[in-house]
Design a binder for this molecule. Sequence first.
Ligand code: ZN
Length: 700
Amino acid sequence: METKIVKRDGKEVLFSIDKIKDAISKAFIASGTFATEETLTAVLSHLRVRSGMGVEDIQNQVEVALMAEGYFQVAKNYMVYRYKHSEDRETLEKLNFLIDYCSASNAATGSKYDANANVEKKNIATLIGELPKSNYIRLNRRLLTNRIEKMFGKEVADKYINLLNTHVLYKNDETSLANYCASVTMYPWLLEGTKAIGGNAVAPTNLKAFCGGFVNMVFMVSSMLSGACATPEFLMYMNYFCEKEYGEDYYKRADEVVELSLKNRTIDKILTDCFQQVVYSINQPAGARNYQSVFWNISYYDRYYFESIFGDFRFPDGEKPHWDSLNWLQKRFMRWFNQERTRAVLTFPVETMALLSENGDVKDKEYADFTAQMYAEGHSFFTYMSDSADSLASCCRLRNEITDNGFSYTLGAGGVSTGSKSVLTINLNRAIQYAVRQGIAYQDYIEQVVDLMHKVQLAYDANLHELQKQGMLPLFDSGFVNLSRQYLTIGVNGLVEGAEFLGIKITDNDDYAHYVQEVLGIIEKKNKEYRTKDVMFNCEMIPAENVGVKHAKWDKEDGYVVPRECYNSYFYVVEDESLNVMDKFKLHGRRYVEHLTGGSALHCNLEEHLSQAQYRNLLRVAAQEGTNYFTFNIPNTVCNKCGHIDKRYLKACPECGSTDLDYLTRIIGYLKRISNFSEARQREAARRYYANQSKLGQAV
Ligand SMILES: [Zn+2]
């Protein structure tokens, strides 16, 4: 049988003994001697080469073999030769990358490792951020495999690298050293400002200090995370400072002039100016994040969620949060943000409305009506619906079980502090097809891979604890993020494509439901098996902004069945025109999302806005079907000529008639100009199917 080994770039090549002989001979010559055929045979007899092994691994063995045979000077020259080669190769790679990046059509297309549309324009600052990424990948891999070896042995570490190289597994955010995303509690900030995380700001004592300080705090926290920073308490805290400033009934006196300057600002004007300051500041490109803005998420709550999460909450001065004023402020912010988005392209915050369901409808009717109204007015946000307030979606997609909702005077509301430490993703389409090729049951193969994924995640976790021990993670030490409330996430991609390969129809039918439950059930089972009091696992259908494209490309190159250029992040096929809106709600309903403990949002693509009554009906549908996480996407139109932004999906600008238009839509969780998407993602966006009124389905 021929042996295939894996090159540094992940490509498999036929193993050639002559190449190794040649390199060893050169090292002998560089040492002033000559290797006879007997010498070479003796050295080579130490090597153990098997399929799937990496080039570096074999070179390491050669070094050991030379030393074992007593050729120490030759071994040294061989190492020097390797090192020089890798140095040359690296410089050349970087140079090529630099040339490609500068000539790419936009930043997301130019990025080689983790393209993302959150970078508006490519420039020298974004290039500086891109260049060291390959080194980070190498460093992160080494840190992780060293730890895996220590905890589970070399075989597990080798298997992991092999699964990465053969694209069964994908390690998300390998280009960053920081852990992934977090929903933070701002309580430590109220107690002692940003000192505990290395800042110099004291705790805010008034509204102005709150707004300015909040922006700084989010930037600081985000610089220590690789993913999103969610602040589910933002409006609740802001409300507290509004009350401090203008009295508990401030919202009843919103039109009152409270400023003595010539501007004569009312309470309402001052508050919307605060919104403006915070939102515009946070949407600025951030130096610490390679010139992309920070990913910022906030939450709104209906009355029942509010009571469940903040019922026992007390501010440091003993004050309770008040629902009536917060209710007003939440609505004010949402309406303001919807309006502001006709003035500027504002990506953040990603907003999630948390609604409690009961008896097939939203329990808080006032909030159900308001949510439907905001959708009808063209606002774009997520809704998270649950029949118990025991989980919360705080990131643009991450659903988290609230393990401890207690309040403490040092940490604030327990329920909001959560997130994901690390995401490791299985490419299900590849795994299933590989298993079928090998003649083994795909369920067994997936179980094997998923088991290994848990070991890898435990090793990641051990490294994180090590960092914390050395004082490198002040976010955790200071209580902004609670390490034991953060999940290790098993991501899935290619779920739909794997089913298509097996010949299963992607509609709401028993075969498909069985397949989804079976595959995700394997992960859920392992998540429970590996859970301890210190580590928790969840499962998420990852949004795969660039992984979806990469998986499709790699799988195609290796001869697997690949039905589309970008793997889906949904339970249905995005370009499928035969499914109506009801079908999609069903396909993201309880039958399918049951084991998806980390969440997956239905992105309901519509051609035009629905009425409030229609959205209200869809909220009922969601409550009945158990569709716990969804949003509606109606592309907004941006005129490139006059700058007009319209909430509708138009073919010509209503202001100037120009047809030079760009559209805003969600790439994954966040709203961006389509022209900022990577080229592959732009093609994917063009294939998305947007339903019209005739495709709503019966109940609507
Ligand atoms: Zn125009």
